[in-house]
Design a protein around this ligand. Structure first.
Ligand SMILES: C[S@@+](CC[C@H](N)C(=O)[O-])C[C@H]1O[C@@H](n2cnc3c(N)ncnc32)[C@H](O)[C@@H]1O
Length: 319
């Protein structure tokens, strides 16, 4: 699957994930299926993988393996699928409490190389193509809809929050001025609209941030991640692991906060003994990052951070 996507931190993530080789695992971002294939290769009899991807292109990468169930849906619904799985369990007739079915849950966030490198998907400023950027083509809002309809203040907020874009106000102003003349339909239209705000050197770095910000808004990535983290914590068995690979600081902060406090804002809620109430506990104090060799062979790995958390044995959620 390397043409579709080269999996990042493959050994580190799967080693951290599998605690029981006969267990049930979720790969929430199937993509080219690299992580799923590695998980399957390490499982013994009875082990299985439920994989998710919201992009129908990924479905073609499914191996013919009865231990794999591939779900074409947003991973924000992980808890609903956990509930379905629990209903399948023999002997389960009534289902109070949380659907603790997974021994491990993996999410390798963001877009795949396939999505990025397919010109007509509109994720990249390297090609002149329709300004689309939807991971799941069932959803209605494209990046063109966003740049053509949102207020200047909203565009500024999106650029600042999701791209940490310098000069977000000026870029939002240029977008609004350009669309007043003619709608912005393609990546080329967008690049021309904001040209004046791009630095003379390394303009691609600024463009990458702007495109990242729009992509996150189009796909509602932060909302999906928040809902996913909550659902994942409830869907893990005691002793089960959550492994998340992030590619930018906002995502990483949300994951780090959630592991520390149980919410993505990082608000500490203490119990009567002054202990912070969080459903998971960090397995690694600091995130793992890829080695130099991996980065040299795969530039996409450059910004990766891998965090691992575990559901403690003594703390049951929803019980
Ligand atoms: C970085 S790639 C994963 C690559 C994969 N680990 C591999 O080894 O090939 C991210 C994938 O997750 C999918 N994805 C991103 N957000 C999603 C979401 N909220 N729900 C389901 N799939 C999502 C994307 O469509 C993309 O295929």
């Amino acid at each position: 699957m390397s043409e579709y996507h080269v999996p990042v931190m493959l050994d580190e993530s799967v080693t951290a994930l599998i605690t029981n080789p006969q267990g049930t695992y979720a790969d929430c971002t199937f993509g080219g299926g690299g992580h799923t294939a590695e998980i399957l290769s390490r499982l013994q009899d009875g082990g299985r993988v439920i994989a998710f991807d919201r992009d129908s292109d990924a479905l073609a990468n499914a191996p013919d393996d009865p231990r794999l169930t591939l779900v074409h849906n947003n991973f924000r619904f992980i808890e609903n699928y956990a509930e379905l799985l629990r209903r399948e369990e023999p002997g389960n007739t009534l289902f109070p409490g949380a659907p603790e079915v997974f021994d491990g849950i993996l999410a390798d966030l963001g877009v795949s190389s396939h999505q990025f490198d397919t010109a007509e998907r509109g994720f990249s400023f390297r090609y002149d193509a329709p300004l689309d950027m939807r991971m799941g083509r069932e959803s209605e809002t494209t990046a063109a809809d966003i740049v053509n309809t949102r207020s200047q203040e909203d565009l500024e907020r999106i650029l600042r929050l999701y791209g940490e874009v310098d000069g977000a106000r000026n870029i939002a102003r240029l977008i609004v001025a350009a669309r007043a003349v003619e709608p912005i339909r393609t990546t080329g239209d967008l690049d021309r609209a904001i040209e004046k705000a791009l630095p003379k050197t390394a303009a691609h770095k600024q463009l990458a941030k702007i495109y990242q910000a729009l992509r996150i808004e189009v796909n509602q990535e932060m909302r999906a991640l928040e809902k996913f983290l909550d659902g994942a914590a409830r869907s893990l068995k005691e002793g089960g692991r959550l492994v998340v690979i992030t590619y930018h600081s906002l995502e990483d902060r949300m994951v780090k906060n959630f592991i520390r406090t149980g919410n993505v804002e990082g608000k500490e809620e203490k119990d009567m003994y002054g202990r912070v109430h969080a459903p998971l506990a960090a397995v690694l104090r600091k995130p793992l990052t890829p080695g130099e060799e991996e980065i040299a062979g795969n530039t996409r790995a450059r910004s990766a951070k891998l965090r691992v958390a575990e559901k403690p044995m003594e703390r049951r959620t929803g019980a």
